[in-house]
Design a protein around this ligand. Structure first.
Ligand SMILES: [Zn+2]
Length: 124
């Protein structure tokens, strides 16, 4: 993907972040307060770990969204942004406009959603 486009999606991702990050940061602060002084010295690294750990633990929609955005920003840095992590094909740019943190192309997303739906649906 072109650098100018990557920059565009990076801005979209960052624009989505603050509202959700605020929600998480209160819990982060509490978690960091509980941590030892030694741990506070490496707050930057700890913050990232705490964010991802809590996103997994809470299974909270907003925390998960922050983690997704975080991952997407990481993929921009790594140069793997905009490529489906499942099949390796490029993700449609219109899809990225709507969901800049998208990890999958529409086809793989549909397969994953279908599998989830089957598991979640109560058996009648
Ligand atoms: Zn795919």
């Amino acid at each position: 993907m072109e650098v100018s486009k990557l920059e565009h999606f990076k801005q979209l991702l960052l624009a989505e972040l603050p509202g959700h990050a605020r929600h998480v940061s209160e819990e982060q602060a509490a978690a960091l307060d509980a941590a030892s002084d030694d741990a506070k010295e490496s707050a930057d690294l700890a913050m990232r770990d705490v964010t991802e750990e809590m996103a997994l633990k809470l299974g909270d929609r907003e925390s998960q969204m922050v983690a997704d955005i975080d991952q997407a920003l990481l993929r921009i840095e790594e140069g793997s942004y905009g490529v489906c992590v499942r099949c390796g094909r490029p993700i449609d740019e219109r899809r990225l406009e709507a969901m800049p943190a998208a990890r999958y192309d529409a086809e793989c997303q549909a397969v994953i959603e279908a599998a989830k739906g089957m598991n979640a649906r109560p058996s009648l």
